[in-house]
Each structure stands twice: as C-alpha cells, then as structure tokens.
Design a protein around this ligand. Structure first.
Ligand code: NAG
Ligand code: NAG
Length: 348
C-alpha cells in the first residue's frame, strides 16, 4: 500500500510512456459480487488470512498496530480481537509511522507475521517480523527488522513469504512502486535476511496509464497450483491508484486492481497471459478490477486454499461506493478462483 498523492510530482513527465490496458468488458461482466462476509468486515486494508489447525480463521490487516479478527469460517462472522503489536514495532523509521501490510505464514509450528513500517509516500520504509504460537493478540513477540538493506531502487513494504514444502527453499517477495517487486530469501530461522541480493521480479506491470508515477506495482503474493501435470507459480499483485478519496477518485481504469503473472519456477521469469514478460515487457493480466455498483478498487490481496469448501479463495480489500471511499470504510472481500484454464479466473 502506498499513497501516491504524497509522492513527488516530478515524475509526472514519465506518465505518457506507459501503455493503456483497458479492462476487457467481457471479463468485467463476468466478475461476480464478493462472497458474503458477516460480522466485522470493515476498516480493512491489505488483509492477510490464515486458518489455524483447529479451524479458526485469523484475519490481519493494516493499521491499528495490525488489527486481528477471528471467525469460524472465511465468510465470518468476523470478530475484532485486538492489535498484533499493541505497543508498536521495535523498528523506528519515521515520526508518526504506521504498521502496514501484514503477511502471516505458519512455518515449522510457529506463526510468522512480516509487517511494514512506513508512512504515506515514504521510500525508506522497513519490514519487521513477529512470531506467535497461537496467532492471538497478546501472544506476539516482535523481533524487529528482517534486515534487508534499504535501496533507492525499492521500498521495503508489502512482504510475502513463500515456501512450497518444509524442506524447500524459502522465497521472500517485497516491494512497492519505485522499481516495484523484488525477491530474496531469508535465513533458516525466518527472522533475518539471508544476505542474497534482492532480484527484481515485476516492473511496470500496471494497467494504469495516467498515474503521476512510472508504475505502481506492489503487494505481491506468490501462490503455486498444479494444472494437470504442470506446477505453476502465480505472482498476484496490486496495480493502480491504491488509496483515493471521494474527492479525487482515479480515472476509470486507473483504480487499484488485482493482477497476476505466472512462471514455471518460484524465481521467475514471470509472464502474463499474452506471453509478455512481467519484468521487461510491462506484462500483467487482470484478475479483478472495479465492477458493478458495489466493488471499487479491489487490491491488497492474498490467496488461500479453503479446506472448508475445497476451493481456492482470493481475498482483498475494496470500497463499496454506496458505503463510501474513506479509509475506514474499506471492506474485506473474497471470491473463489478457478484455475482450470491455467490462469486464475474469479468465479461465483
Ligand atoms: C472492526 O475491525 C476494525 C479493524 O479491522 C477495528 O478497527 C474496529 O474497531 C472493529 N469494530 C468493532 C465494532 O469491533
Ligand atoms: C518502465 O517505466 C519507465 C518509466 O515510465 C520507462 O522509462 C520504462 O521504459 C518502462 N519499462 C518497461 C519495461 O516498460
């Protein structure tokens, strides 16, 4: 998540160089409404959802020192339980900093939550990690920064941990705007950077032609899924204007949206459905955008297999224009995905 309104407008001249990718109206027409969500489904940005072995679902989200809610099913009813880091983070990047974009994984018996410490428009953010054995508020131990070096090329926010199996190499994706999404690895304790130089994975992969910034590609989430005899690695991400208010809504097509690129390897190269490279050719395929009367600017997504219904769910935040576009009015939404074509398609 990154509020572009505070970014330098000095990059505005770069605007015209990004090609427009209008939303295919047939695709938009087939997007269903979000699945029903009951209980507390508001004040949600950049959700991260995990299902505990006992069947309790946990939802983590931006602000409130990472808000934690629980539910008996992905559909709810969701109950707010408290903050993950009630006293804030050990990391100190800037005055009035905020904690954003949690990414929670269950790794070798412990829950790891990677979180961003930042403020709108800041490029020198940092990513920290906290651990818990239960996920509940009050149980989290903050370990501070993961220690990836800062760089003018990227912004250290929007972490995403990926490991395919208990003995597999871990991959750790991060990044927002600037030169977009990078990938590195963590040490075997999952608390610290391995020292492997971050490699750029997605660049300019945006449908947004009219932004005052070369590209906003951020919030990556890597997910693997087998299609017949082939294993594919899907890099979901968000693109477009993340955080517009009612008085400055993005131009149609520029709104925040969920996109995907695919590879045969978790390390890329990633390409889109048209075969365009997502690092060198501005590739990226649209999965879900603004549609109908009720869904504006879906993004900040994650993907999880829901064993309660044996389906893969794509969850995200969005605004409902009938409710409002204020930060606290953003909602938790999800839909199921059909991968049978080899590409994720939102279905009802
Ligand atoms: C609903 O959840 C949000 C965080 O997601 C929290 O800020 C808010 O206080 C909760 N509302 C209630 C009534 O618990
Ligand atoms: C990425 O965006 C920058 C700035 O708009 C542009 O100069 C560059 O050519 C773009 N690269 C690709 C691969 O589209």
């Amino acid at each position: 998540m990154l509020n572009r309104s505070l970014l330098s407008s000095g990059l505005a001249a770069l605007l015209a160089t990004t090609a427009a990718k209008p939303i295919d109206p047939r695709q938009a027409a087939s997007w269903p409404e979000p699945e029903p969500c009951t209980g507390n489904c508001t004040y949600i940005h950049d959700p991260s959802v995990i299902r505990r072995a006992d069947g309790t679902w946990y939802r983590f989200s931006t602000l409130g020192n990472i808000a934690i809610a629980t539910a008996p099913a992905l559909t709810g009813p969701w109950t707010y339980k408290g903050a993950m880091l009630p006293g804030g983070s050990k990391i100190n990047v800037v005055k009035n900093q905020e904690i954003w974009a949690p990414d929670v994984s269950f790794i070798d018996g412990t829950y790891y939550a990677y979180y961003s410490v930042s403020r709108s428009g800041l490029q020198t953010s940092d990513i920290g990690v906290a651990t818990s054995t239960s996920c509940d508020p009050g149980s989290w131990t903050d370990h501070g920064s993961v220690g990836v070096p800062k760089s003018p090329d990227y912004n250290l926010i929007d972490a995403n941990f990926f490991r395919e199996c208990a003995t597999c190499q871990n991959y750790w994706n991060f990044g927002s705007a600037w030169k977009d999404v990078y990938q590195t690895t963590l040490k075997g304790d999952f608390l610290a950077w391995s020292g492997e130089a971050p490699r750029q994975q997605l660049y300019n992969s945006t449908t947004t032609p009219n932004q005052n910034f070369p590209s906003i590609t951020e919030g990556s989430f890597l997910f693997w899924w087998p299609i017949r005899n082939t294993k594919y690695y899907y890099m979901f991400f968000s693109s477009g204007a993340c955080c517009n208010a009612a008085d400055s809504l993005a131009a149609p097509g520029d709104e925040y949206k969920i996109m995907v690129c695919r590879s045969n390897s978790p390390t890329g190269p990633f390409t889109d459905q048209a075969g365009k490279n997502c690092l060198t050719e501005n590739g990226g395929s649209l999965v879900l955008g603004t549609h109908g009367d009720n869904v504006y600017a879906p993004g900040g997504q994650g993907v999880i297999y829901d064993p309660d219904v044996s389906k893969v769910a794509l969850y995200y935040h969005y605004a409902n224009p009938k409710i409002g576009y204020k930060y606290k009015e953003f909602l938790f939404g999800f839909n199921y995905l059909d991968f049978s074509s080899g590409w994720p398609v939102v279905t009802s």
